[in-house]
Design a protein around this ligand. Structure first.
Ligand code: ATP
Ligand code: MG
Length: 409
């Protein structure tokens, strides 16, 4: 078989492993998937290593069984409010004899751009290049071979808390796997759901999970803004549980079955049955009453996202609109609620451009896992084209290869 890669999405509500490879037609073939409930995370961050390890083992075992192969190395997603994105620029003189930009100048300018002060307790996860300028010419995507005296790079740097990153790494290792690399979750979800055209036109991806909502903004093909909010589908379930005085697990079932993010979309006469606590008989209520509980929370989530879009300073130029993904986007009326708040076109994104178990992964729940797989495949290809990095630690891999790879994403 081709080189098999694993995308491992350790989410707040579920851990999901996606095994795949690049087939002979150059397509990403999904060979196996596994999902296990997560019990060791809060708002995207690991709070219990042993519980996280069990979910990792279970999800990968299931995916291996389906794929009929064993895996050892995984590409894992990282999110949570500790992850921060910021823009930075670097400038260098093109000092070689014929004043031509080569990969050496690119490396120098990216290094200059990431020379921002990173606190001791934080680590760089990505340095994503947005665009270069050569002398007075701006907006250059690939300056190699161009002549000039001054090279400038604009980058988006994503950092995370060292402790949270270490706990993630520890959990993966304790489960018996090697971490091929760590990828900021919404970057992976974008890889699965967005087209290059959308990224070029300007688009925001919003991944509404159980405990986090991740926002990432693309302008002219590059990442311009990113942010993680500690809110998600779990909050909706909690509201239903309290509002209908029903246990959390039945609130979750009711939400998925009858939930709707916009009251007006529901026929006023439609009723549903709700189980009660303490052995009392189930009750019937209008479905609109359920939506009345859900709508304010959905609107709140969208308003928080809207604040981030405004903070990015790019909301007005997102010609390709907003793409929602993650389990929270599966709520009926999510697109309507989002369109009302953002006042721009919204669609739901699912993994695209994959073959094999395509139908299985064609849901917003798999956007992150499939994205991690895609990212991992591209990164593995890039690494095997370069000289082999050997069995270095994740940091040496990151320094030597990952950043270089991302300059050309
Ligand atoms: N059909 C549905 N309707 C409404 N909500 C849904 C539906 N399916 C799933 N959800 C909600 O989506 C959430 C889980 O989404 P997802 O699997 O993307 O999150 P996660 O990756 O586990 O968490 P996070 O990304 O926040 O760490 C849950 O709150 C779940 O209730
Ligand atoms: Mg998630």
């Amino acid at each position: 078989m081709e080189q098999v890669v694993v995308g491992l999405d350790i989410g707040t509500t579920k851990t999901c492993a996606v095994i795949g490879y690049l087939n002979e037609n150059g397509q990403i073939e999904i060979a196996g998937v596994g999902i296990a409930p997560s019990r060791g995370l809060k708002n995207g961050i690991i709070v219990n290593i042993d519980n996280t390890v069990s979910s990792i083992v279970k999800s990968i075992e299931d995916a291996e069984l389906m794929a009929g192969c064993e895996v050892s190395s995984v590409f894992v997603g990282v999110t949570g409010q500790h992850v921060k994105g910021e823009n930075s620029r670097g400038v260098v003189a093109v000092a070689n004899r014929n004043r031509t930009i080569t990969p050496i100048e690119i490396k120098r300018v990216i290094e200059a751009a990431q020379a921002v002060v990173i606190p001791m307790d934080r680590e760089i996860i990505h340095v994503l290049s947005k665009e270069f300028s050569v002398d007075d010419q701006t907006g250059i995507k690939d300056p190699i071979g161009m002549s000039g005296v001054r090279l400038e790079a604009e980058v988006h740097i994503i950092t995370g808390s060292s402790t949270s990153i270490q706990n993630l790494l520890k959990s993966v290792n304790k489960a018996g796997f090697h971490c091929g690399d760590m990828i900021f979750s919404p970057l992976a979800s974008s890889e699965a759901t967005l087209s290059r055209d959308e990224r070029d036109l300007g688009v925001a991806l919003v991944d509404i999970g159980g405990g986090t909502t991740d926002v990432i903004v693309y302008v002219e093909g590059g990442v311009s803004y990113s942010s993680v909010l500690s809110i998600g589908g779990i909050h909706v379930t909690n509201d239903i549980s309290i509002g209908l005085r029903t246990p959390l697990d039945s609130a979750e079932v009711i939400k998925k079955k009858y939930g709707c993010g916009v009251v007006d979309l529901i026929d006023a006469s439609e009723t549903i049955e709700v189980p009660s606590v303490g052995g009392r008989a189930p009750r019937r209520l209008f479905r609109q009453e359920l939506a009345q509980i859900i709508e304010p929370r959905m609107i709140e989530i969208m308003e928080m996202v809207d604040q981030e879009l405004l903070r990015s300073g790019k909301k007005d130029i997102l010609a390709a609109g907003i793409v929602l993904t993650g389990g929270g986007s599966m709520m009926e009326g999510a697109v309507d609620a989002a369109e009302r708040v953002f006042n721009m076109p919204v669609r739901v994104g699912v993994p695209v451009e994959v073959s094999g178990l395509k139908d299985v992964v064609s849901t917003p729940l798999y956007s992150n896992g499939v994205g991690l797989l895609k990212y991992g495949i591209r990164m593995s290809q890039f690494r095997s084209k370069k000289s082999r990095p050997g069995k270095g630690s994740i940091n040496s891999l990151k320094d030597k290869f990952k950043r270089f790879f991302e300059e050309y994403l």
